[in-house]
Design a protein around this ligand. Structure first.
Ligand code: FES
Length: 122
């Protein structure tokens, strides 16, 4: 059984004011215990997990061009529409819904999952 909460039941969280993220750039915010990168393409905002799955760089500090963010460390590229790595779509980062409410950029981010570590012998 899937224990993931229904995304439509999650609230949207305001992270920044419109106009505070220049076109072609991103910013990183903490939402529900997760780091979320929010990008502006000049028309719309996009949100994805901030953590690059290669070696953990912050994707929010990478350039955002044509709907694709380039990781600032080793240039892996991820599509904002679905989080796919441009070189192999099997690898993806989470993407999140974004909407503008008044002058606020709001994202809908589920809480991070708890990781259960195996019991250790003492
Ligand atoms: S840490 Fe992102 S490409 Fe290496």
């Amino acid at each position: 059984m899937d224990d993931t909460p229904a995304t439509n039941a999650l609230p949207f969280t305001s992270v920044a004011k419109t106009g505070s993220i220049p076109a072609g750039e991103g910013r990183t915010f903490e939402v529900n215990g997760r780091l979320v990168a929010v990008f502006f393409d000049g028309t719309a905002y996009h949100a994805m997990d901030d953590l690059c799955p290669h070696m953990g760089a912050s994707l929010g500090s990478g350039p955002f061009v044509d709907g694709v963010v380039t990781c600032p460390w080793h240039a892996w590229r991820f599509r904002a529409c679905d989080g796919a790595w441009c070189d192999n779509e099997k690898l993806r980062v989470d993407v999140f819904p974004v909407r503008v409410e008044g002058d606020s950029i709001c994202v809908q981010v589920p809480p991070s999952k708890q990781v259960e570590l195996p019991a250790t012998r003492s």
